[in-house]
Design a binder for this molecule. Structure first.
Ligand SMILES: [Zn+2]
Length: 235
C-alpha cells in the first residue's frame, strides 16, 4: 500500500491515481517497445519489470511467450531424446518451430493462472494480465539462449543433440557440457527475473513470493513429465 500525497488515503502500490481523490500517484508508460523494454529487462530488471507492471498495454507479451515456447519445445525434445523417434533433424526443427509458439502461449497462460490462484490463496492481489506480462518478459533470457546457444548446439551435434544413442555427451563432452551450462545459466536468469517480477506485483515477503513462483512451476513440471511419459509410451 502507498499513501496518497494529497489526501493520505491508502492505495495499491501499482495504482496510478488515488482511489479516493483521483490525485496523481505515479506515471506510467502507455505502450511497451519490444527492443527498448527487452534491453531494459537485461540492464535494469527491477525498473523494467516495474514499468511493465504499470504499462497500460502489455505489448509483445504474447510474442515473447510464443518465442519462449520454441525454446521450451526444443528443451522438451532434448529431455525426451526426440531424435530416437523422429528420424531426422529436419523433423525435430519443423516440430519445434511450428508447435513451439502455441505451446509457449499455453504454458504461459497456465503458469500465470496458477500463480494468480496461489496468490489469491495467500490473499495477495495481482491481475492476470500483469502476471502474464511479467512471466512473458521474464522469458527474455530463455529467448536469448534460443538465439545464441541453440544454433551452436544444432550445428555442433545435429540430430545427435536429441539422441540417447549415440549420446552427445560422449561425442564431444567438452562442448556438450559447456553448452548445457550456458542453457542452465539462461534458465536461472529467467527464474530470477520471475522472482523480481512477482515481488513487484505482490509487494509481499519473500516466502510467499517464492511459493507463488514455485508451486505453479512444480505443478507444471509434474504435468509435463506425465505428458512426456504418455507421449513416449505411444511412440
Ligand atoms: Zn488521494
Amino acid at each position: 500500500m502507498i499513501p496518497c500525497p494529497v489526501c493520505n488515503a491508502p492505495n495499491h502500490h501499482l495504482a496510478v491515481v488515488c482511489v479516493s481523490c483521483h490525485g496523481f500517484l505515479q506515471g506510467r508508460t502507455e505502450n511497451l517497445d519490444l527492443f527498448s523494454t527487452t534491453w531494459e529487462v537485461i540492464e535494469r530488471p527491477g525498473r523494467a519489470l516495474h514499468m511493465i507492471a504499470l504499462a497500460r498495454h502489455k505489448n509483445y507479451a504474447l510474442f515473447l511467450s510464443a518465442a519462449g515456447g520454441i525454446a521450451m519445445a526444443f528443451a522438451l525434445f532434448w529431455l525426451m531424446k526426440a531424435g530416437e523417434v523422429s528420424g531426422s533433424l529436419l523433423n525435430i526443427l519443423a516440430a519445434g518451430l511450428l508447435a513451439g509458439p502455441l505451446f509457449g502461449v499455453i504454458i504461459l497462460l497456465l503458469t500465470s493462472g496458477l500463480a494468480w490462484g496461489v496468490a489469491r490463496v495467500f490473499r495477495l492481489r495481482m491481475t492476470f494480465r500483469n502476471t502474464f506480462a511479467t512471466f512473458s518478459y521474464s522469458l527474455v533470457p530463455v529467448v536469448l539462449s534460443m538465439v545464441c546457444v541453440l544454433p551452436i548446439e544444432i550445428l555442433t551435434f545435429g540430430q545427435f543433440f536429441f539422441t540417447r544413442n549415440p549420446s552427445p555427451a560422449l561425442l564431444k563432452p567438452g562442448a556438450y557440457y559447456i553448452l548445457l551450462s550456458l542453457d542452465a545459466l539462461f534458465l536461472l536468469w529467467t527464474l530470477i527475473l520471475q522472482q523480481f517480477g512477482l515481488r513487484v506485483l505482490l509487494n509481499a515477503g519473500w516466502v510467499k513470493t517464492l511459493l507463488v513462483q514455485c508451486i505453479p512451476l512444480g505443478i507444471l513440471a509434474g504435468l509435463l513429465s506425465w505428458g512426456i511419459s504418455v507421449l513416449l509410451a505411444i511412440a
